[in-house]
Design a binder for this molecule. Structure first.
Ligand code: NDP
Length: 275
């Protein structure tokens, strides 16, 4: 019996060497008996559109897109999901019926990870630190889970203001870090890139009250500066962004294959391999 050629998927980025997406998707595929091949591809800074076209000609079925091409992927898409359109970025492309469909699964990956960790979002007061692409991408999925409010705090307050205007939802408000002093939150999500350079956003310690859960989108072998700080000041639970990474991949896999993969064994495996 001849073996069928596996369906082809890619992740496009620059840099791309660090990407764990091929490992994650191959484990999902193995566990759910899906016949796929998923490779990472380094793309020249000005070569994204050509890379996508070439891959479509090679009968590629879909692709993930990472830094710095997520906005270009949005522009290249013929049709967008609402979450991709509001996020202003696409991380998941599907090629079918001669069209390019753009989606953004980052926010759903975060929300799924919060739910897996028993963090209740309904009626919660959420503080979102940062107003870059990652913050923008998670707002719609967070709002869909009916929080009481989301305060977006950013160093450059005008960017947080812009996000509030863009989403036009009365549960959203913008703030500078210094104005957080007297406020109280149930969930604090660090969507800044401060942890990548070993820094902490300038948050007042008074916002860490009993029962607050702190989440950092960054992850690593060691706890991030934000999560260390939160723990030291009494946060009830701290969670890093590894589950979000695997979660967004799981939602992409579901978009492409119609199968919901199990995330926990993959998170455990990646965690054990973190260096
Ligand atoms: P952007 O460059 O778009 O935004 C960076 C944000 O961080 C801005 O709000 C910026 O503030 C803020 N910032 C940077 N340094 C500091 C600092 N020292 N103190 C306070 N604020 C700071 O990045 P993204 O939004 O794309 O990504 C943010 C983080 O999320 C990254 O670390 C990324 O790795 C992570 N991420 C993780 C994912 C996962 O799956 N786990 C998925 C997506 C992102 P200002 O506007 O004032 O400059």
């Amino acid at each position: 019996m001849t073996q069928q050629t596996p369906d082809q998927y890619r992740v496009f980025g620059n840099p791309i060497e660090h990407s764990r997406s091929p490992d994650i998707h191959h484990i999902f595929a193995l566990k759910s008996q899906q016949h796929i091949n998923y490779q990472k591809q380094l793309v020249d800074i000005d070569g994204f559109s050509n890379a996508v076209t070439d891959f479509i000609h090679q009968d590629g079925k879909g692709a993930n897109v990472t830094v710095p091409f997520k906005e270009q992927a949005l522009a290249l898409s013929d049709e967008l999901t609402e979450r991709a359109s509001l996020a202003g970025a696409v991380n998941t492309l599907t090629f079918k019926e001669g069209k390019i469909f753009g989606d953004n699964t980052d926010g759903e990956g975060l929300v799924q990870d919060l739910i897996t960790n028993n963090v209740s979002l309904k009626n919660s007061r959420i503080l979102l630190l940062g107003a870059g692409g990652a913050a923008r991408g998670v707002l719609l999925p967070l709002l869909a889970h009916m929080p009481h409010s989301i305060v977006i705090a950013n160093r450059t307050v005008s960017k947080a203001d812009k996000l509030c205007q863009h989403f036009a939802d009365i549960r959203l408000s913008a703030s500078g870090y210094q104005d957080l002093e007297q406020q109280s939150f149930d969930v604090i999500i660090n969507a800044t890139s401060a942890s990548l350079s070993g820094n902490l956003p300038p948050i007042p310690t008074s916002i860490i009250r009993q029962n607050v859960v702190c989440y950092d989108m960054v992850y690593g072998k060691n706890e991030t500066p934000f999560l260390q700080w939160a723990k030291e000041h009494g946060a009830i639970k701290v969670i890093d962004g590894l589950g979000m990474l695997v979660g967004q991949a799981a939602v992409s896999f579901e978009v492409w294959r119609g199968v919901t993969p199990e995330v926990q064994p993959v998170i455990d495996k990646l965690r054990a391999a973190l260096t």
